[in-house]
Ligand binder design. Structure first.
Ligand code: DGY
Length: 320
């Protein structure tokens, strides 16, 4: 056994803990809620490895309290909760879990797109409230998904997986991202500017990572560019969309509907105006939530951590 000590901030599924235990001494936060800051600050003091969740704020303060930390491995693809520059400065390597969650997250995005355009939220609410009356030709009429135009903001792995599904629904596909991809253009989806995408799409899916540049990427000006019949779907991170602007756009009919798997703040309080907008359908950050995918994420994060501590290349590094 090595001299390494690993702090695990939440019980991961599958054989992740076993993999970690074979490599080092481990300490696992035992509760069914995110670890509190003071416990993490105490436990990280002697740790060489950190197995983290997206709910852990990994900033200068935490890293200052971790003088022996060599490796951080996050059980998520998004690492916006980690100050990567601070890790680089300290020579800490960082891993994450791309690929294994791509298709599962794209499934959820597609489900949300259909839910928003076809008014699932209002329909479910009516059934539960005993408001389902006789069949009515004008009741909860929404918009088609098949044959419509899809705009994808952020054309990485998940964005491309959403586009593959859209092809089966005979959709025209636009995407925007920092760099145009020639290879992808020849396969069908067309690169456009954000402005063009917002103006032309019937469904706009936000699937880009959160950074200082993309925070509130979708605000009032962007929502106003969208068609009044269009839906906005956010599967990236809550702060990509300005929630106040979104409430206003949903209430004034500037856009038709929204479906959010991520919110700002998260979890969203039941008193938040978005939670009571009838045309806003919210799921609680379920993008990767299937047994197979969460197990694959947990085990990939464990392998990343073990490899990093041994000085071997990680399967999925963010900072190698
Ligand atoms: C991620 O991995 O970043 C997701 O948000 C959780 O599946």
């Amino acid at each position: 056994m090595s001299n390494d000590r690993i702090v695990v901030t939440r019980q991961p599924p599958g054989s992740a803990l076993q993999l970690l235990e074979e490599a080092a001494a481990i300490w696992v936060w035992p509760h069914d809620r995110p670890i509190d800051r003071s416990t993490l600050l105490r436990e990280i003091d002697t740790a060489t490895g950190l197995y983290s969740m997206l709910t852990d704020g990994i900033d200068h303060g935490l890293l200052d309290a971790a003088p022996h930390l060599k490796v951080i491995s996050q059980m998520a693809v998004g690492v916006d909760n980690i100050d990567l520059e601070a890790c680089r400065q300290r020579g800490i390597i960082v891993g994450h879990t791309p690929d294994v969650l791509t298709e599962t997250t794209a499934d959820l995005a597609f489900g949300l797109m259909i839910a928003a355009a076809r008014r699932f939220g209002e329909g479910i609410h009516d059934v539960h409230a005993g408001k389902w009356g006789d069949w009515d030709p004008n009741y909860l009429v929404g918009h088609d998904v098949h044959g419509s135009t899809l705009g994808i903001i952020g054309f990485g792995r998940i964005g491309q997986a959403i586009a593959r599904r859209a092809t089966g629904f005979s959709m025209q596909i636009f995407y925007t991202q920092r760099h145009r991809s020639k290879e992808l253009d020849s396969a069908g989806p067309s690169f456009v500017t954000l402005d063009e995408l917002l103006g032309e799409s019937d469904h706009v899916v936000v699937a880009t990572p959160l950074s200082d540049e993309t925070r509130h990427l979708i605000g009032w000006n962007e929502l106003r560019r969208m068609k009044s019949t269009a839906s906005l779907i956010n599967i990236g991170r809550g702060p990509l969309v300005d929630p106040d602007a979104l409430v206003r756009a949903l209430r004034t009919g500037e856009i038709f509907a929204a479906a959010l798997d991520v919110t700002e703040p998260e979890p969203i309080p039941t008193t938040h105006p978005l939670a009571s907008c009838p045309n806003c359908f919210i799921t609680p950050h379920l993008g990767s939530a299937t047994t197979r995918t969460r197990t694959a994420m947990a085990e990939l994060a464990a392998r990343n951590l073990v490899a990093g501590l041994r000085g071997d290349p990680m399967e999925a590094p963010v900072i190698a």
